[in-house]
Design a protein around this ligand. Structure first.
Ligand code: CAA
Length: 240
């Protein structure tokens, strides 16, 4: 059965790996992106995966974007809320704008996108929502009160929506990656990152596809009894 999936932030990093994995599973995948049109065009021509630009932090843009996707490729069965940004600084240096941008996009984006596709999943009696949380939402991280709060919020959002979706056949799960070899992690100062990696029992950064495989499991036809869970893929860095 050809499921339709939207992956937000789906043209780069972890999102790109997820888009490709879901495509390999036979889904029709749409990759949303916010700003980097050049990268999106390259991704589309390399993979054949359609890309659509809108800001997941904008409620109306999510409504319009998802309506357009449904018109073009059909009802959305699978949503992967992957889009996220960092604006790292200690609280003393963090501005309100840095706080607000991260909350609006990382956490607000999950709400906005779920509002757009959950009603259809409920009506059709099947859906999969996977929200990308973070090890730093589970354990906190120096310099990330905004990001840790938003990602921690995603874990609560997931458990609440899982309870609401269960009777309609819609599962809602979170996947909490550790430090993965992406542009986002490459932006962490080298000396700081070296100290973080030194604390990862597996002794290295994760690969984007190691996250994508977990997402693929949670989106599968046979994962219907898995809901409200958090799958932690972090090389053993955080074990709670
Ligand atoms: N615990 C305790 N103290 C710490 C610390 C830590 N983890 N990290 C830094 N400090 C201390 C430093 O030792 C220093 O102390 P002194 O002033 O006494 O020397 C002080 O804090 C200031 O440190 P910096 O020089 O690093 O301060 P800065 O203002 O230049 O930068 C920062 C602060 C932006 C937070 C920087 O440390 C940083 O980028 N840290 C990495 C944050 C991080 O891990 N982000 C993850 C991004 S990837 C991601 O988020 C994906 C995901 O889901 C995992």
């Amino acid at each position: 059965m050809g499921r339709v999936a939207i992956v937000t932030g789906g043209t780069r990093g972890i999102g790109a790996a997820i888009s490709c994995r879901l495509k390999d599973m036979g889904m029709t995948v749409v990759a949303n992106y916010a700003g980097n049109a050049e990268k999106a065009r390259a991704f589309e021509s390399e993979t054949g995966i359609r890309t659509y630009a809108w800001d997941v932090g904008d409620f109306d843009a999510c409504q319009k974007g998802c309506a357009q996707v449904e018109k073009d490729v059909g009802p959305v069965d699978v949503l992967v809320n992957n889009a996220g940004i960092t604006r790292d600084a200690t609280l003393l240096k963090m501005t309100y704008e840095m706080w607000d941008a991260v909350m609006r996009i990382n956490l607000g984006g999950c709400f906005n996108m779920a509002k757009a596709v959950f009603p259809g999943m409920k009506d059709r009696g099947w859906g999969r929502i996977v929200n990308i949380g973070s090890i730093n939402g589970q354990g906190g991280q120096y310099g990330q009160v905004n990001y840790a709060a938003a990602k921690s919020g995603i874990h609560g959002f997931t458990k609440a929506l899982a309870q609401e979706g269960a009777k309609f056949g819609v599962t809602v799960n979170a996947l909490a990656p550790g430090y993965i070899d992406t542009d986002m992690v490459a932006a962490v100062p080298e000396d700081v990152l070296a100290k973080i990696v030194a604390k990862v029992p597996v002794g290295r950064l994760g690969q984007a596809d190691e996250i994508a495989r977990g997402v693929a499991f949670l989106c599968g036809e046979d994962a219907g009894f898995v809901t409200g869970s958090t799958l932690s893929i972090n090389g053993g860095q955080h074990m709670y």
